[in-house]
Design a protein around this ligand. Structure first.
Ligand code: CA
Ligand code: CA
Ligand code: CA
Length: 563
């Protein structure tokens, strides 16, 4: 199976088998300069991700399907024989880099911003990128994912608004943009759960052209339209951060008043820096557009430490909990953070450290089988001063057997002194129990919900008003209060109801806020002079949890009526 060879691929370059590297049966590595599990690399080659470097050595006639599966595990996806990459230009070098890129035969620049360029590069041409000046890193795109885990309209006070006469409202339908991974089945719902065909506008920014990859966006749009069907609806399909930036730009040009994003990425800086979607969302805000994004489903699948703790000085981080969700399983200080996974399950892991935009602290992310202590996946790119502080693993169906697996974090070089974070796939644990041994819900807001000009929406269970256990907590890593607001989730939709599911996750909460703003603008555009509809929402929201604004519920749960 292609997947198994993908695992082996991840181990190329290991200096020794793990049994040789590990001292005794315990998990500790003999002190040595540098990482004994990784071979050294000349600094000038560090610009290319190791997967791309490996592609430059692929012989003609190689098995492309195997290469694609290996790429997927390392965060790369192919479109035909091209690989989608994220290219980080040095400051001021964007235009020069784009000019050089388009000289390379077969390369297509799919979007270009000062902070990052995305391009589709023929797999046998990736080597050409290493010699282009002004590039500080070529890596995988930041992939966006839907924030689903799986009866809320009257809960938020929308029914009274729907009964209001149309006196003070906008005379035109409200223009609402929905950015999402996919909109499967939306055509079957126009005129019923969605506006009529003439009022649904679509644009596909995905390089793989798969507008109907999932029904997720259709269910999200359905919730917005539950509030008011008097909407011009703009559906934009995206899969990467760069495509999201493009989509927000397009929506702004269409004159939308509200944007809904029930999607996000765990690869984010936490201070709104370093990726083009933030710049486009700032621009949208300056144009008066309100953007709601899912806060994330990561409260049970995130770990954080204020520094790289390594009291035994062996290079492997010692995990500690700030909030002991699972006391007693392992004492604080273990070098393994373990989780259960089933054979064939998907697994996404991101290691981030707060050293943006470019780091010389070189950390690595390792996943071991708890029984054999053999590594099943490794992400350990060199960080030599120009790269983003990210290590990323995406195992699609590659978990070899049902069992326990453990994450370890390695410091190869560079001092500590900056916060370290780990995200694991929230799907792994169904949103109810901690996803691994050491869980820290604080700072688990995803991107772009962590942005300054984005309203981050957390999720409360619709009939209990209790925060959903997975709903991401703030604050942001630079200390801003998030989420901004919470809204009901675990709700019914036609799209998911037909499949027997309730729609859970901050994905379902977000369009409640979007729908509320659309409805209020339509009904009473002019009744709140000198303030924004969002300010009104915030002021009316029902305070929950600790009194006043707090990093779990934000201002409170969405409520549209006066207090
Ligand atoms: Ca240690
Ligand atoms: Ca590294
Ligand atoms: Ca509160």
């Amino acid at each position: 199976m292609a997947g198994r060879s993908g695992m082996r691929f991840g181990l190329i370059g290991w200096a020794c088998g793990l049994s040789l590297c590990l001292a005794g049966g315990g998990f500790s590595v003999a002190p040595s300069p540098g990482n004994p599990l990784r071979t050294a690399l000349p600094a000038e080659e560090a610009v290319l991700h190791s997967y791309l470097r490996a592609l430059t050595r692929v012989p003609r006639g190689a098995d492309l399907r195997r290469l694609q599966a290996e790429g997927r595990a390392r965060g790369f996806r192919w479109v035909d024989s091209g690989v989608l990459v994220r290219i980080l230009p040095a400051p001021g070098q964007k235009d020069a880099v784009v000019q050089a890129l388009v000289q390379v035969p077969g390369v297509r620049v799919t979007n270009a911003y000062p902070t990052a360029i995305e391009a589709l590069v023929p797999y046998d041409r990736v080597g050409a990128l290493a010699s282009i000046p002004g590039i500080r890193q070529v890596t995988h795109p930041r992939w966006l994912r839907p924030m689903v885990v799986s009866e809320g309209l009257s809960v938020v006070g929308a029914v009274r608004w729907q009964q209001l006469p149309q006196i003070l409202g906008m005379t035109q339908p409200v223009r609402v943009g929905v950015v999402d991974i996919g909109f499967k089945g939306y055509q079957g719902l126009t005129g019923t759960e969605l506006p009529p065909t003439g009022r649904v506008h679509t644009r596909n920014f995905r390089q793989d052209r798969d507008f109907e990859s999932t029904e997720h966006g259709t269910a999200v749009a359905e919730i917005v339209i539950d509030f008011t069907s008097d909407v011009e609806l703009y559906l934009a399909a995206v899969s990467t951060a760069g495509e999201l930036a493009q989509a927000v730009d397009w929506l702004r040009q269409q004159g939308v008043q509200v944007i809904n994003g029930s999607i996000g990425t765990i690869v984010r800086a936490g201070n709104g820096c370093c990726s083009p979607e933030y710049d486009e969302l700032d621009r949208a805000a300056r144009a008066g557009i309100v953007s709601f994004f899912a806060a994330g489903n990561e409260a049970l699948s995130h770990w954080y430490a204020p520094d790289f703790a390594d009291p035994d000085r062996d290079g492997w981080l010692n995990f500690q909990t700030l909030i002991p969700f699972v006391p007693g399983l392992l004492p604080d200080g273990s070098e393994l953070n373990c989780f259960r996974a089933q054979r064939g399950h998907d697994l996404t892991l991101a290691l981030l450290w707060y050293d943006w935009p470019a780091t010389a602290r070189d950390y690595g992310l390792y996943v071991f089988d708890a029984l054999s202590l053999q590594p099943i996946a490794v992400a350990d790119e060199p960080q030599t001063g120009t790269q983003e502080p990210v290590e990323y693993i995406e195992l699609t169906g590659l978990i070899p057997r049902d069992g326990t697996y453990c994450v370890a974090i390695r410091r190869n070089q560079g001092a500590g002194g900056v916060p370290v974070e780990l995200f694991i796939d929230s799907d792994l644990c169904g949103g109810r129990t901690p996803c691994f041994t050491y869980v820290v819900p604080e700072f688990s807001i995803i991107g772009p919900a962590d942005g300054r000009n984005v309203i981050a929406v957390g999720g409360t269970v619709w009939n209990t008003d209790v925060l959903a256990p997975y709903s991401s907590w703030g604050p942001t890593l630079d200390g801003r209060l998030k989420p901004d607001i919470t809204a009901p989730t675990h709700v019914s939709t036609r799209t998911y109801g037909d499949q027997g599911f309730v729609f859970a996750g901050t994905s379902a909460a977000t369009p409640h806020a979007t729908g509320a703003v659309a409805l209020m603008r339509r009904k009473a555009f002019s009744v709140f002079p000198g303030t924004t509809v969002y300010e009104v929402l915030k002021a009316r929201s029902r305070d929950l949890g600790p009194p006043g604004p707090d990093p779990m519920y934000g201002a409170g749960r969405l409520f549209m009526l006066p207090p």
